[in-house]
Design a protein around this ligand. Sequence first.
Ligand code: F6R
Length: 606
Amino acid sequence: IMCGIIGIASNKPVSINIINSLKKLEYRGYDSAGLATLNNNFIDEKKCSGRVVELEKILFKSPSNGNIGIGHVRWATHGVPNIINAHPHSSEEVSVVHNGIIENSDELKKDLEGQGFKFKSQTDTEVITVLVTKLLQNSKPLESVFKTLKKLKGSFALGIIFRNYSDIIIGARRGSPLAVGYSNEENYLGSDSYALKSMTNKISYLDDGELCVLTKNNVEFYDVNKKKINKKIYTVSDDENISDKGDYKNFMSKEIFEQSETIKKCLSEYTDSLKKDINIYNFPIEPKKINKIILIGCGTAYHSCLVAKYWLEELTTIDAEIDIASEFRYRNLKFNSNNLYIFVSQSGETADTAAALDICKKNNVKTCSIVNVVESTIARNSDWVLPIHAGPEIGVASTKAFLGQLIVLYILALKLSTIRGDTDKKIYSINLNNLKKLPEAIKNTFKLESEIQLIAKEFLDAKGSMFLGRGNSFPIALEGALKLKELSYLHAEGYPAGEMKHGPLALIEEGLPVIVIAPKDKYYEKTLSNTQEVIARGGKIFFITDNNKRLLSTNIRFRLKVPHVDNLLSPLLLTIPLQLLAYHVALLKNCDIDKPRNLAKSVTVE
Ligand code: F6R
């Protein structure tokens, strides 16, 4: 289960703060929610299917008064999203919230049923509840949890409360992230620091195998061998406009329109206008010795890796490879200590990406992560971190993080090109100068919104759609198709335009919307020919370009002109109309923009 967890031990009632934190955690899962507090030696459990607001209504009618409690938002894997399967899972003695998957739950359940224990839900989590309950008959809470953990296979983060030990919450981590927060007469457990930010900025992170015991005044940590340990306390950054939509209808539109600012901020972090240089230092491998760069990510982050491959090939003499994290982690790879392995992830918690990083670490190769959340697992586990400085991204569909990833990857390629002597100083300074124009160009691209609103209408009744591009516009075609799929549930395919004739052209029929991404680069004429092939078969073309010249063909249904920037940077601008298109189609279809169905923001399950 890929979900959000919160736990609060306090000297005052906690249910309202649990609800507030769960709202922040909804980006992790939102098909059911629940909480449990301890009230006069009684576990007061409340659950609902659907969103946290439903849980809030239940609490409004029947408040929970306990000073200690746990809460959960769920993204279902084992068992349908209904009240019974919602967390917490409680017995009379204990209540458990869980993020992750217990791989041997079927065996454990069979065994426990054989001993006469009863199960209420279809979840893997309930075996934890039953196991701890059973072990509590003969041992104290900490011991029972340790013994339970020994029996579990899989990955998890847990929060547990105990009827007869009314002042403690036990937390445990193996594979899924878990943070601890500190405040006055109040301590917290959370799936991430973001959920705790409104209450504290003092945070510790559990590492795999560790366990913690929280009371309102104290937190103790233990390692796998039950040895007491000390943990470092971080002060997490206090980002402005964290979770406020401002005047925007939803986070996604805020995050799209913020991109001129987030890119400006990121550029100011990485470029030194006085020295006319990029301030990236401390490469984990001496840049001249880098043999190959392998870029790894999932979904949108993978698309930014794809663009970076074109950049590295164009700007440097380094070989570049890309990989989808869920594939990388299971292949039989040959590791090389002269290769740099770069992990791209907005959240820094994506399970597949984190696992791929672990494999690299085990093979003693150097790793770099490009993340938005600098306190994240992936950031903490890599040798070198390049943050994208985009600020919290709340909309489940990634937008400003994608542009942030692109800009950092571009800056990295540029810096490598100059220190390795792959490009001469003059070209370096021209390329660097080109970056300055980006924020304004991004702002000007937003002006296309009213045209895009018209285009969106033409997608409403379409059977499907295609997105085509070549060169560094090909990954943008993939990203455009992904955005449309996830936001509007409309079928969309992204393809390299030159591949159409090898199969996908068969999909083209009268009126099928086809987005062609065609900046005036070295592929332009080729893309035009591919466009004609689609037109000849009845496809309805939406042509996105930075070329001022109008095309003579009248068969193009709509032409969108983005500002012209250097060809290397055009992917950043060409992405924006596609984000807006997905957004407006979803809006017309009345879809839940910030929380598309079946998805979650932080994919902490494999
Ligand atoms: C798509 C989207 C996902 C993520 C992917 C990786 O809009 O958001 O495809 O890009 O799940 O997530 P991170 O970047 O957090 O590793």
